[in-house]
Ligand binder design. Structure first.
Ligand SMILES: *Cc1c(COP(=O)(O)O)cnc(C)c1O
Length: 418
C-alpha cells in the first residue's frame, strides 16, 4: 500500500503524482487508483498458481470501472460476474467472454440468455430452480449450457456476518448432499453440461484454513462424482482473500498456491479463483477535503466533502479505513476527530477518533478504498458521485467524470397534468 501511495517530503503521492496536484486538477472528492498496485497484485496471484492449470476470474463487483476491467483484460484475466450489466461492462472493456464465469443467486431469464449468446464457459448455479431455468433457455436457444454447482461446504469463514456466505444458513449455494443428487440428475442432460464444482465461502478471510477445509470437502465430492462417471474438469474456489485495512496480516498467496498444488496434483483438475477485494482494495484511495472543523462538548469533528454515499463501508460494516493527511507535517495542533460527511445521518462517518493535524481546507486520503468503494456509492442526499482517476507512474487519467446534477435528474419526470 505505502509502496504505491508513499509520502515524499511529507506529502502523500499516488505513484509519481502528488495528491495535492491531483486534487487541484480533478477536484474532490475523487477516487484515485494505482495501476501498478493492481497489476502487481494480479501478477502475485498468477505467480502463486504457477504450475497448476488455472484461470484468475477477477470479481467484477469489487470495482467495475471500465478502465480497471481493461487493465485486467490486458493482464490476461478472466472475470466473475453477477449480472448482465457486469457482462456488458466486461465486453465493452475488451474482456474475453470465453473467460467469464457467471455467479449469483438470482439470475434473470434475460441475463441467462445474454450470457448463453455471449458463449461464457460456466454458469455457477446456486439452486435447483436455476438449473431448470438455464436448461429451458438452453433448449430454446439450442445452445448447451456449461454449469458448475455452487456448493455450500458449511464451513465458518470467521469473518463479518454480512460477508460470510459458506454457512449452511446462508442464502448462497447448495448443500453438499443436495448438490450430489443434482449432479447425478444432470448426468447425460441434453442441454446442460456439468463442467465443474464451485464455492465461495465469504469475504475478507485473513485465515485461509476455512478455505482449505472447504477444498478438502469438495475434493471428496469430486472423487465421489468421478466414481459415477461425472466428469468434473475444474474447481472454482471463489474469492475472499483478505487484505490489510489497519494492521491485519494478509493471508499468504504462496501458501495458498502450495496447498492447492498439493491437493490438485495428479487430478487433472483446473483451478479457478475469483478474487475481488484482494486485487484492487489497496490499490485505491478516496481523496477528500476538510470543509469545517467543529468542536462539540465531547468530541471534535472534521467535516469533509466525501460521505457515506461515496464510501459506505464504514457506516455499513463499521469497517476501518486508515485516514491519512496529504500533508504530514503541518503545524496545526494534534487533535482527535471523528471524520464525518455532510449527509444527514448520524451514521455518516468515514472514521472515528482519528488523531490528525488538520485545518479547514486540508486534504485527507481514505485508504484501502479500491474495492467495494465507488461501486457501492449512491446519490443519497442528491450528491453527484465522485470522479475516478487512474494513475500510471507520472500520468493520470480521468476514467470516470464526476457526475453532474443533470446526470442525476435526467431520468425523472414531472407529472404534466399537475
Ligand atoms: C463477492 C464474490 C467474490 C469476490 O469476493 P472478494 O472477497 O472480493 O474476493 C468472488 N466470488 C463470488 C461468487 C462472490 O460473490
Amino acid at each position: 500500500m505505502t509502496q504505491y501511495f508513499p509520502y515524499r517530503d511529507g506529502c502523500l503521492f499516488a505513484e509519481e503524482l502528488s495528491l495535492e496536484s491531483l486534487a487541484e486538477h480533478y477536484g474532490t472528492p475523487c477516487y484515485i487508483y494505482s495501476r501498478s498496485a493492481i497489476e502487481d497484485q494480479w501478477k502475485r496471484f498468477n505467480r502463486a498458481l504457477k504450475g497448476i492449470p488455472h484461470q484468475i476470474c477477477y470479481a467484477v463487483k469489487a470495482n467495475s470501472s471500465l478502465a480497471v476491467l481493461q487493465l485486467m483484460s490486458h493482464l490476461g484475466s478472466g472475470f466473475d460476474i453477477v449480472s448482465g450489466g457486469e457482462l456488458e461492462r466486461v465486453i465493452r472493456a475488451g474482456g474475453d467472454p470465453s473467460k467469464v464465469v457467471f455467479s449469483g443467486v438470482g439470475k434473470r431469464r434475460d441475463e441467462i440468455e445474454q450470457a448463453l449468446h455471449t458463449g461464457i464457459p460456466c454458469f455457477n448455479v446456486e439452486s435447483a430452480g436455476e438449473i431448470e431455468r438455464i436448461a429451458e433457455i438452453a433448449q430454446r436457444l439450442e445452445k448447451k449450457a456449461p454449469v458448475s454447482l455452487r456448493v455450500n461446504p458449511d464451513v465458518d469463514p470467521k469473518t463479518h456476518p454480512y460477508i460470510a456466505t459458506g454457512l449452511r444458513s446462508s442464502k448462497f449455494g447448495i448443500a453438499m448432499q443436495e448438490a450430489e443428487h443434482l449432479y447425478q440428475e444432470l448426468a447425460g442432460h441434453e442441454w446442460v453440461e456439468v463442467v465443474g464444482v464451485d464455492c465461495h465461502i465469504g469475504s475478507q478471510l485473513l485465515d485461509l484454513d476455512p478455505m482449505y477445509e472447504a477444498l478438502d470437502k469438495i475434493m471428496d465430492l469430486v472423487a465421489r462424482l468421478r466414481k459415477k462417471n461425472i466428469n468434473i474438469r475444474h474447481l472454482d474456489m471463489g474469492g475472499g482473500f483478505g487484505i490489510c485495512y489497519q494492521d491485519e496480516d494478509e493471508p499468504s498467496l504462496d501458501s495458498f498456491g502450495r496447498k492447492v498444488k498439493e491437493t490438485l496434483a495428479g487430478t487433472g483438475l483446473a483451478l479457478i479463483i475469483e478474487p475481488g477485494r484482494a486485487m484492487v482494495g489497496n490499490a485505491g484511495i478516496l481523496l477528500t477535503q476538510v470543509e469545517f472543523l467543529k468542536t462539540a462538548e465531547e468530541k471534535s469533528f472534521a467535516i469533509v466533502d466525501a460521505a457515506m454515499n461515496d464510501l459506505p463501508r464504514p457506516s455499513l460494516y463499521d469497517a476501518w479505513h486508515d485516514i491519512r493527511p496529504v500533508h504530514e507535517n503541518s503545524s496545526w495542533p494534534l487533535r482527535t476527530y471523528d471524520v464525518v460527511g455532510p449527509v444527514c445521518e448520524s451514521g455518516d462517518f468515514l472514521g472515528k477518533e482519528r488523531s490528525l493535524r488538520i485545518e479547514p481546507g486540508s486534504l485527507l486520503a481514505v485508504s484501502s478504498a479500491g474495492a467495494y468503494g465507488f461501486v457501492m456509492s449512491s446519490n443519497y442526499n442528491t450528491r453527484p458521485r465522485p470522479a475516478e482517476i487512474m494513475v500510471d507512474q507520472d500520468r493520470s487519467y480521468l476514467i470516470r467524470e464526476r457526475e453532474s446534477l443533470d446526470d442525476l435528474l435526467h431520468r425523472e419526470n414531472l407529472i404534466p397534468e399537475w
